[in-house]
Structure formats: C-alpha cells, structure tokens
Design a protein around this ligand. Structure first.
Ligand code: NAD
Length: 459
C-alpha cells in the first residue's frame, strides 16, 4: 500500500518505519525542515532503540521517503495517517491546531485531485478527544463538498517510547474505529504481518476506538498514582513499599506492571490524556473524580519528594518556606528523560525538580545518557548539563536519582562518595537496597521506605 505519515515525531516516524519494514511504500511528511533534513541524511531525530537501523535499511530499499512537500506526500497515498501532536493546557483542553492544519492541507489536496479519485482513507493516529475524528471528517467534507470521495478511521497507537519498535511490530492488539467494512478490510491487510502472533485486530465504531486509548492510558496512570499513594502511607507508618508491593503483586489479579513507586508519571501522554478525560467529563457534566485524583496525586508526588530534599538541608517549602535550606547548594541529577531508553523530556519529573531546586537558590547539574541535548535546549542557563555521570556529582552536596536508567543501577559508590562534597542521595526510583547504602556510608532517601542516615550526616 502507499501510505503517508503526517508528522514524523515519536509516533509518525516509528509507524512509518515499521510499515515500510513490511513492504509498504511510505512517505513521511513533516513541517519541520530540520527534521526532514536529518532524516534524509540517515540521522534519526529521536532516540529510540533499533529505529535508526530500520530507517536506513528501508530508505535504501526505496520504501521509505521523507518530504516537506504536502502535495507530493498526499497525492498518491491510499491511506494518510495523521500523527501530529495533540498537546493540552494544564486544564486538559486539547489543542487541535496541528490536527486541523493537517486536515485542511488534506482537504486542499483532495479538492485538487477532483471527484474521480480512488477514495483515500484518512486515519487518525494521534490521541484525540472522543468525537474529534468525526469532526475532522465533517471539516474536510465542508471544504471539499459532497462529490469528493474519502473515508476516515481512528487507529490509536499504544507504543511505549524506549520499546516502540517491539511494541509496533508485535502489538498486544490493534484497535481500529471505522465507519464502513471496506475500510476494515484495508486495515486487516495492513496489519496482518504484525499480528501473526495471533494477537487480535479489534474493529469498532470510531468513538469507541478513540475512547480505548484514553481508557488504557488513564488506567495505567491510575496504577502509578495508586502505588505512590500507598508508598507515602508506607513512609508514614514505617512499612516498606518494596516488600508491600511484592506481597501485593504476587496476586495474579493484580500483577507487577506499572506498580513501581517513584516520582510519578511524566511524558507526553499520561499527563495530557488523564487531563483530557477530566476535560471530557467536565464538558458532558460527568465529573471524572478518579482521573482528577490520579492527576493530583501524581503532581504532588514530585512536590513531596522535593520537600524531602529541602527538609534535609534544614529548609521549608510552601507558605512561610523559601530558599533557606538549598541556598548555595550544588545538586546533581542523574537522569532527565521522563523514563529510561528515550530522549523525551516532556513533562519529565527531573525538570520540575531541577527548576524548583534552582528557584530555591541551588545550582543544578544534570546528566542523562541520551536526553542531554534536549535538556540543554529546554533548561538553557538554568542548569549545567554534563556528559558524564561522575562529572555531574563533583563537589555536589546531594545526588538525586530522577530516571531509572540501567547505568545508574550499580554505580561505583566509593567513587561517588569521594567525588561528592556531601553524602546524601535522594533516590526517586528506588534503585538501591537500604543496607547497601548504609554500608556505602550515605544518607539515603527513597520512596516508601525508611530513611538511611549516615552517622556524621546532617539530619
Ligand atoms: N509519544 C508517544 O509515546 C505516543 C504514544 C501513543 C500515542 N501518541 C500520540 O501520538 C500523537 C503524536 O505524538 P508524538 O509524540 O509523535 O508527537 P511529536 O511532537 O513527537 O511529533 C509530531 C510531529 O508532527 C509534526 N507536524 C505538526 N504539524 C504538522 C503538519 N500540519 N503536517 C506535517 N507534520 C506536522 C511536528 O513537526 C512533529 O514532528 C499525539 O497525539 C500523542 O498523544 C504518542
């Protein structure tokens, strides 16, 4: 099939590359000339394990091309996948400007091609509030008039950054919202190579397909906020969340996934998709109480963690609080990406913590295995981003573990101790055992567990 990806970000590029891998003829369109230039040079603009190799191979084989030219991208496509961003404001209003701009471009092209063309299928792959795909259909119809044929579908994407290729090539399920069965058949053909593992393709109505994506993300976000709330109770009552989660998660009905306490979720999806549910509820008069709490617990988790840092240094946050404790301190951060194996820093807890630390008078030094360049661009002079994890901790009063990258899991503690000025580690990802940190001579704060205090340490 001839396919066009509109937007070559985390979703559009992975989708385009994986569809080309199974033999389709794929055109990737973007409005960002720097991105397209990089792609044409064989440079992947994002960090995603395995993506560069597949991208280069399919481009060489002539099945994967990149363009800034809308006409070239849309003209011959059988299916057009809209993969542009759908950011939201802090109340959950989804900004549909990129979606609408893409829809208008598509409408212009359909009009140019006239009524005798084969109907193209316009597929919403972006995560959009329920009702958006059919509104986009109506928007295009209003522009092109009744005679021009086209169809719409919604095909939400479930890939995880950091494991995107694996997720796309072997999906747990494919969900497609369609208006008529002929479109369903096109999707069966397209996805058949990806579901040889026997996993299902679910065809359903368009609003249900849109809702599946929100339900899935909102549920996963709920699990994370739940375990964080339990971790906070563990701290207050002297229980250990690691032990509690083992005891709880061995129940088959509960399972292990997404039940790790930490700094709360970040990234470009969970925060905005939870907020979008709240907003969808407000719009129809059904208060999304659970989603509101999930969001609130998540945002508070970062603040709670920051309070620990300030309190350790003898300061106070909130009303009557202020810079006292952190003034002049150097704080090192290991990990800036919102999770490991990605360079995505959107809504990353590390950014919140670094900015707060700086606003309290500290200096922030950060290291991330792949997100350093993005962090430099985002934070500017507010923080110093270095290229070596041990360079970040030189003369630091404290170390904060903010992303659970593998390379932070077994550091050289003796070297760390020697390089740091202070001896306190704030571990937002529970990477280390309490006994291990006691033996290594650190004061150690984690999430949902007792504080290990080094004897000579400030308490
Ligand atoms: N990132 C994820 O892990 C993930 C997973 C599942 C679903 N989603 C959803 O997929 C959508 C895209 O997310 P993303 O993370 O890939 O976004 P992104 O910001 O990485 O990429 C969007 C791209 O679209 C381009 N673009 C904007 N307007 C355009 C236009 N009119 N024509 C062509 N290109 C245009 C931008 O330049 C950018 O490169 C969102 O709705 C998101 O919620 C994301």
């Amino acid at each position: 099939m001839k396919l066009t990806m509109v937007g070559t970000g985390y979703v559009g590029l992975v989708t385009g590359v994986c569809f080309s891998q199974t033999g389709n003829d794929v055109m990737c369109l973007d409005v960002d000339p720097r991105k397209i230039e990089k792609l044409r040079q064989g440079i992947c603009p994002i960090y995603e394990p395995g993506l560069t190799e597949m991208m280069i191979a399919n481009n060489k084989a002539g099945r994967l091309r990149y363009t800034l030219d809308k006409k070239e991208a849309y003209r011959d496509a059988d299916m057009i996948f809209i993969c542009v961003g759908t950011p939201s404001d802090e109340r959950g209003h989804t900004d549909l400007k990129y979606i609408n701009a893409a829809a208008d471009d598509i409408a212009d092209m359909l009009k140019d091609l006239g009524p005798s063309q084969k109907p193209k299928v316009i597929v919403m792959k972006s995560t959009v509030p329920v009702g958006t795909t059919l509104s986009v259909r109506d928007r295009i119809r209003a522009k092109v008039g009744p005679a021009i044929p086209f169809k719409v579908a919604d095909n939400p994407e479930f890939l995880k950054e950091g494991a995107a290729i694996e997720d796309f090539m072997k999906p747990d399920r494919v969900v497609v919202g369609i208006e008529d069965e002929s479109v369903g058949e096109s999707f069966r053909q397209l996805y058949d190579p990806f579901v040889r593992n026997g996993h299902p393709i679910y065809l359903m109505d368009v609003p249900s397909a849109e809702m599946v994506k929100y339900c899935a993300n909102n549920f996963l976000a709920t699990k994370i906020s739940f375990i964080n709330e339990m971790a906070n109770l563990c701290e207050a009552y002297g229980a250990d969340i690691q032990k509690v989660r083992e005891g709880m998660c061995s129940d088959k009905r509960i399972g292990n996934a997404f039940l790790y306490p930490g700094l709360g979720y970040g990234g470009s999806c969970f925060p905005k998709d939870t907020l979008a549910c709240i907003m969808m509820g407000d719009k129809c008069g059904i208060e999304a109480k659970l989603s509101k709490s999930v969001h609130e617990v998540n945002q508070r988790q970062r603040d709670r963690f920051f309070d620990k840092i300030v309190a350790h240094f003898g300061g106070k946050t909130g009303i009557g609080g202020g810079p006292a404790g952190l003034q002049g301190k150097k704080i090192a951060f290991w990990g800036i990406a919102f999770k490991p194996k990605t360079d995505d820093i959107r809504e990353a807890p590390a950014l919140t913590l670094m900015r707060k630390a700086v606003s309290y008078g500290a200096t922030a030094f950060g290291y991330d295995p792949v997100a350093g360049a993005n962090a430099r661009e985002e934070l500017g002079p507010a923080a110093t981003i270095v290229d070596d994890m041990y360079d970040a901790v030189k003369d630091a009063d404290a170390l904060v573990i903010s992303t659970d990258w593998d390379e932070f899991k077994s550091p050289d503690f003796a070297k760390l101790k020697k390089l740091m000025k202070g001896d306190v580690v704030f571990d937002g990802r529970n990477l280390y055992r309490l006994g291990q940190m006691k033996d290594a001579g650190f004061t150690y704060y984690s999430v949902g567990r007792a504080v290990v205090r080094h004897e000579s340490a400030h308490s």
